[in-house]
Design a protein around this ligand. Structure first.
Ligand SMILES: [Zn+2]
Length: 217
């Protein structure tokens, strides 16, 4: 897969040259940098925890019903991503990895910044970011489409919740609605940075994927 990656012409140079770590998977290059390994392990733990939670189950159920061309998630790790990215799904249209950005600041710090900006608790912000990335893995490439999907998903969750949980989902619903609007109106200019980037490194035939799975870093 490294070979296939090198054949892709329009990769972002910043991503292309990064050593990125993830997974017990031959397709993913391992990092020799212990700091990156630590970040990859941390990210793996977060994704594993989320996928095992009720919120994670609800989301993956929803994505299985609404997914378009889901990829198989083959790993979770840490990437040296451009500064505006919090996380990314790097994939070839069939399979890929979910990486948090550890470039200069940790994923945790970036999530905290976002949480402050949106007046949300950090744990809900993690849920938001991972939901966003898993929506990419479910086949949604465009940022506005991801946010639109999340807006509808959080609205549905809101309807089934009560009290503080209902308020929390209302907040998440409003954030994705706001971000969707920004993505649709700002398309083409770079004032509003995308939450993350998706790099398809090989366009291939579609193969239906299993439920997103994470592999130990
Ligand atoms: Zn995104």
């Amino acid at each position: 897969m490294r070979k296939e990656m090198s054949q892709q012409q329009n990769l972002d140079e910043q991503l292309y040259h990064q050593p990125w770590a993830a997974a017990n998977d031959d397709s993913v290059q391992r990092s020799i940098d212990p700091t990156q390994q630590a970040h990859a392990t941390d990210m793996y733990g977060r994704v594993e925890q989320f996928l095992a939670s009720q919120e994670g189950h609800n989301l993956t159920d929803y994505l299985q019903r609404h997914g378009k061309n889901p990829i198989a998630l083959r790993g979770v790790g840490a990437g040296y991503l451009p500064d505006h990215a919090v996380a990314a799904v790097i994939h070839n249209g069939l399979e890929g990895v979910l990486v948090g950005n550890y470039n200069g600041r940790s994923f945790e710090e970036r999530v905290q910044e976002m949480a402050d900006r949106y007046h949300l608790d950090p744990q809900s912000m993690v849920e938001y970011v991972l939901s966003h990335e898993l929506a990419h893995a479910a086949g949604y490439d465009a940022e506005a489409d991801v946010e639109g999907l999340l807006k509808d998903y959080f609205a549905q969750q809101m309807q089934h919740a009560e009290g503080p949980e209902r308020q929390r989902y209302q907040q998440l619903h409003e954030i994705s609605g706001q971000r969707e609007q920004q993505q649709r109106t700002d398309r083409g200019n770079h004032q509003e940075k995308p939450l993350a980037i998706v790099i398809p490194f090989q366009k291939g035939q579609y193969q239906s994927a299993n439920e997103p799975r994470a592999y130990a870093a």
